[in-house]
Design a protein around this ligand. Structure first.
Ligand SMILES: NC(=O)c1ccc[n+]([C@@H]2O[C@H](COP(=O)([O-])OP(=O)(O)OC[C@H]3O[C@@H](n4cnc5c(N)ncnc54)[C@H](OP(=O)(O)O)[C@@H]3O)[C@@H](O)[C@H]2O)c1
Length: 306
């Protein structure tokens, strides 16, 4: 029996992946969710916008699993806002808190529960890469600045762009977290398979649900034309790939961790230069630990053994 723990399975790419896994007789799927999960899954309440909810979910799923280790941890949920002005009850910018911080905490809490040779998959996005995102690319992964964005005096807020930048920066954090985990002693000791998955631009999911009505209507109207014309991914393809990666049907080649499905073509490309920077990665890991109330490892050596 393969035990999978997953976030973000109530809609879009994650829901397709979950339904795919649920059709397999030898998979038991544990979902953390706010909404209605696919039938057949073990669903437990989880609101990633509340760190208390993340802790409660980690504890409950651990209790319910008992001695059974987790074979695949899939951190797929995400949100996107038109701005960066939303705050969680913990006081953090919501996109950063939901997409990165909550998943970082969940990863740290469930790390001891992972099976030998388990897979950890974190869903990222190629919007993390300034070379591929000319609209609002991230220019840093400084946790403090992302958690508490400050607008400089005289600089006006730019609806859509501010929100999109918060999103792309959170996806950079997802990728850096995957890299940091992949390099850790914990990953080496347990022979973890760590994957940062970019499902690529995929129309027909719920990610744009907070976009202005005009954009949503335009997207819906144009979807039947642009999807085949530009070979844009469909949730069915992106979700199937997510399931295949999570279940180890597709394994990373040696030294690779970034899996990407763009225009229906699957590759293991290089990440952006920003995502390769070890000092940014280490700092994000230790700053995130401090923010979620875990002991911030004092130095790299200690982080490697986290
Ligand atoms: N679609 C794309 O073009 C694209 C491209 C690159 C990367 N991605 C990534 O792919 C992943 C899936 O996105 P999608 O396009 O399938 O979007 P989606 O349909 O909106 O799915 C997002 C999932 O995250 C969950 N979620 C959001 N906020 C949550 C919270 N506070 N607590 C618990 N769950 C929460 C949602 O649950 P609720 O139903 O409760 O809201 C939903 O299950 C994301 O990581 C996204 O960044 C998407």
């Amino acid at each position: 029996m393969t035990t999978v723990v997953m976030t973000g399975a109530t809609s879009g790419i994650g829901r397709v992946a979950a339904e795919h896994m649920l059709r397999m007789p030898d998979v038991q799927l544990w979902l953390g969710a706010r909404g209605v999960p696919p039938p057949g899954a073990h669903a437990l309440p989880l609101d990633l916008a509340r760190l208390a909810s993340v802790r409660a979910f980690a504890q409950t799923v651990s209790e319910r699993l008992g001695e059974t280790p987790i074979d695949a941890l899939v951190l797929n949920a995400a949100t996107q806002f038109p701005n960066d002005t939303e705050r969680t009850e913990d006081g953090f910018e919501t996109t950063f808190a939901v997409n990165h911080l909550a998943h970082y905490l969940l990863l740290r809490l469930l790390l001891p529960r992972l099976a030998e040779a388990a897979t950890v998959l974190i869903t990222t996005s190629d919007t993390h890469d300034p070379a591929l995102n000319p609209i609002a690319p991230p220019d840093h992964a400084d946790a403090e600045r992302l958690a508490h964005p400050v607008r400089e005096a005289g600089v006006r807020s730019r609806p859509f762009r501010d929100g999109f930048r918060a999103y792309s920066a959170s996806k950079l954090c997802n990728l850096l977290t995957a890299r940091a985990l992949g390099l850790s002693k914990a990953a080496e000791a347990k022979r973890l398979s760590v994957i940062a998955y970019n499902p690529g631009f995929t129309l027909g999911t719920g990610l744009q649900r907070r976009a202005p009505l005009g954009i949503r209507l335009l997207t819906r109207t144009l979807r039947p034309i642009v999807v085949p014309l530009f070979r844009i991914n469909k949730p069915a393809q992106a979700g199937q790939m997510l399931a295949d990666l999570a279940l180890g049907r597709i394994a990373p080649p040696p030294g690779r961790l970034y899996a990407s499905l763009v225009k229906r073509r699957f590759t293991w490309p290089r990440t952006s230069d920003l995502a390769q920077r070890d000092e940014i990665m280490s700092r994000l890991w230790s700053d995130s630990a401090r923010m979620v109330g875990l002991t911030a490892p004092a130095n790299d050596e200690e982080r490697q053994s986290t």
